[in-house]
Write a protein that binds this ligand. Structure first.
Ligand code: GLN
Length: 468
């Protein structure tokens, strides 16, 4: 990561990033550009560097902030109309930690409203375009973050991952995207989607950068009682990994042929390096998607009930009575996908249906957790696709919620089990679209998992050499 020093100033780095943001304007990446604020901070940092002060490990590094992180810089809208005009007095713990190391936020980036979606098409600001093909989606919900890094506007971007929202857009845009172990990074100051699944993570161009950001932001936080006691940097060195699992059920026709091929290639590479590839049967994973689409909307319904037009952001002007005000504000302020989830969530939690849906899904979740634990008694890590396909066309799935939900079939089980997953770039399709694979590890294996991902990098270098 390029940091500022006496010759390359923070102001230079920030100006370059802002210039690129302007150049790539038509990708619709930013919901807010922090021009004034970022330049002011850059000058302060340069003054400190000039005095010989140690500014931190991210001195002057420009970054993009997913629009569901609270900070007083710009409105925090989560790309939803209902939060328009909401300026937060609070700064998210992750943001505070990044900035205390000298990072500079150059703008807030686009996402599916309230992080509901897999394409960034559910945004109030319109879709972000894929970095490799402007007719295709960026992935989602953290589409803006992925494209900002892929187009090299910023060194890194923040993201949140409730069911794949970091890993899937990372894989659609050829960058690294990490969803840590649940509870590794504080969720304090992040707009809640589904609290038992939400994780804060990052988009970077290398595993080394990911490790640095993790080591800065991981850790217990008194403001988030679900954070785990500090472990990221102190994780005990384990025996060198020897066995890598692949999931048998994911090798089928519903997964794009080129993605299956990429997985095979990486397995061959690992075999050539002496790793044993172990085929895993994980039958409970077929319940992951249905369980996720019950548990997640249930938590969404609870979390979104706070948006009533009284406390935050937008308020409908049309209302004569208080009930009208709630109803009209929610009707005008939420996107259709937000409403769908609130309705499903309230349905599965309602007294007549709780046992049939929510309770069953909670039991399936326990099965999935146990299945991962069993798998990790046999293998060190699991390698699998992030999504069944590379980036799809804009508009292709917007009117078909179920086909959009099916995008998440390989990503949601990690959130249900709380295990970490790193999306890694794994080549391109014949038509030039990035392919992503995810490396999955046991809970708290985050640091070693990121380090291990370097084993998978090498063949890209060889491929490039061969192509020369
Ligand atoms: N695509 C998934 C969903 O729409 C995941 C979203 C997320 O991780 N925020 O629920």
């Amino acid at each position: 990561m390029k940091t500022a020093n006496k010759t390359v100033t923070a102001e230079r780095l920030v100006r370059d990033a802002l210039k690129k943001a302007e150049f790539f304007k038509d990708y619709n990446i930013f919901t807010f550009l922090n021009e004034e604020g970022a330049l002011k901070r850059a000058r302060e940092i340069d003054a400190r560097i000039a005095k010989g002060e140690n500014v931190g490990r991210l001195a002057g590094v420009p970054y993009a902030l997913k629009d569901n992180f609270l900070s007083p810089a710009g409105d925090t809208t989560a790309a939803a109309h209902i939060l328009e005009g909401f300026s937060s007095p609070v700064t998210a713990t992750a943001v505070r930690k990044l900035e205390s190391e000298g990072a500079i936020m150059i703008g807030r980036v686009n996402m599916d409203a309230f992080a509901h979606g897999s394409s960034t098409e559910n945004s109030y600001f319109g879709p972000t375009l894929n970095a490799y093909d402007k007719e295709r989606v960026a992935g989602g919900s953290s589409g803006g973050s992925a494209v900002a890094v892929a187009l090299d506007i910023v060194e890194f971007a923040t993201g949140t991952d409730t069911g794949g929202s970091i890993r899937q857009p990372a894989s659609f845009n050829g960058v690294y995207g990490f969803k840590p172990t649940y509870g590794c990074i504080s969720r304090y100051g992040v707009v809640a989607m589904a609290s038992s699944l939400d994780c804060v993570g990052f988009f970077t161009k290398s595993p080394e950068d990911m490790d640095l950001l993790m080591s800065i932001t991981a850790g217990q936080d008194v403001n988030d009682l679900t954070t785990l006691p500090d472990y990221y940097d102190s994780a005990a060195a384990t025996d060198a990994p020897t066995r890598i699992g692949v999931i048998k059920d994911f090798d089928n026709e519903s997964v794009d042929k080129e993605i299956r091929e990429a997985l095979k290639n990486k397995c061959e590479l690992l075999k050539a390096k002496g790793y044993e590839i172990v085929e895993l049967e994980m039958p409970s994973l077929k319940y992951a998607l249905p369980a996720y689409y019950i548990i997640q909307p249930a938590e969404v319904a609870s979390n979104l009930s706070r948006y009533d037009g009284i406390r935050y952001g937008f308020r409908s002007e049309k209302s004569e009575h208080l009930d009208d005000l709630y109803r009209n504000t929610r009707n005008e302020g939420f996107m259709p996908e937000n409403k769908r989830r609130i309705m499903i969530g309230n349905f599965v939690l309602s007294s007549g249906f709780y046992d049939a849906y929510f309770l069953k899904a909670a039991k399936a979740r326990t099965l999935i957790c146990k299945e991962y634990d069993k798998a990790f008694s046999k293998v060190d890590y699991i390698l699998m696709p992030v999504a069944p396909n590379p980036a799809f066309k804009l508009g292709e799935k917007v009117n078909d919620p179920v086909s959009m939900y099916l995008e998440d079939v390989m990503s949601v089980s990690l959130n249900l089990a709380g295990v970490p997953g790193l999306a890694i770039p794994a080549g391109k399709t014949a038509s030039g679209l990035p392919i992503g694979l995810q490396l999955v590890g046991p809970r708290r294996s985050d640091k070693n998992l990121i380090a291990f991902s370097k084993e998978l990098e090498i063949d890209d270098a060889i491929e490039e050499e061969e192509n020369v």
